[in-house]
Design a protein around this ligand. Structure first.
Ligand code: HEC
Length: 134
C-alpha cells in the first residue's frame, strides 16, 4: 500500500510538472495592444449601430413618405432595392449621399435641410437595408 501511494504521488508529480512545462511552452502573453484592438473593434461596431439607428429614424422622418418599405411611390422603378440600385449605379455610399444632398427630378434636395453627418447616416441605413430587406 505504501508503495502504491509513493508511485501515484510520483505519477501525479510527473504529470503536473509535464503539464506546467507544456503550458509554459505554449504561453502567449496578452499584450495591451491586443486589448486595444478588441476595444477598437467593439467601438466600431457600436458606432456603426448608432449610425444605423439614427439613420433609420432620419429615413422614416424624411424619406419614408416616398420610399415606404424601400419602394418609390412617385417613380416605382426607381426604388431602393439592391438590384435596382445596382442597375442605376446607386449601390454605393457616395452616389446615395450625392442624391440626398442634391435631389433629382421628383426627389427634393436635402442638402440645406439635413446636416452632412445626418445624410451620411441615412445613406448608411439605405445601403444596409437595401441588402437586407428593402
Ligand atoms: C417627394 C418624394 C421623395 C422623397 C421625400 C425622397 N425621395 Fe428619393 N426618390 C424620389 C424620386 C422621384 C426618385 C427618382 C429620381 C430619378 O432618378 O428620377 C428617387 C430616387 C431615390 C434614390 C435612387 C433610387 C434608384 O433606384 O435610382 C435614392 C437612393 C433615394 N431616392 C433615396 C432617398 C432618401 C435617402 C430620401 C430621404 C432623405 C429620399 N430619397 C427622399 C422621391 C423622393
Amino acid at each position: 500500500m505504501k508503495n502504491f501511494y509513493r508511485v501515484t504521488k510520483g505519477l501525479i508529480g510527473t504529470f503536473f510538472s509535464f503539464y506546467f512545462f507544456i503550458s509554459f511552452l505554449f504561453f502567449t502573453p496578452v499584450r495591451a495592444s491586443d486589448l486595444n484592438k478588441v476595444n477598437q473593434i467593439k467601438i466600431n461596431v457600436q458606432l456603426n449601430e448608432l449610425d444605423l439607428n439614427s439613420g433609420k429614424k432620419l429615413f422614416f422622418a424624411n424619406c419614408n413618405v416616398c420610399h415606404i418599405y424601400g419602394k418609390n411611390l412617385i417613380i416605382p422603378e426607381k426604388n431602393l432595392k439592391k438590384e435596382t440600385l445596382e442597375i442605376n449605379g446607386m449601390n454605393n455610399f457616395d452616389a446615395i449621399v450625392y442624391q440626398i444632398v442634391n435631389g433629382k427630378n421628383g426627389m427634393p434636395a436635402f442638402g440645406g435641410r439635413l446636416q452632412e453627418n445626418e445624410i451620411e447616416q441615412i445613406a448608411t441605413y439605405v445601403l444596409q437595408q437595401s441588402k437586407e430587406s428593402f
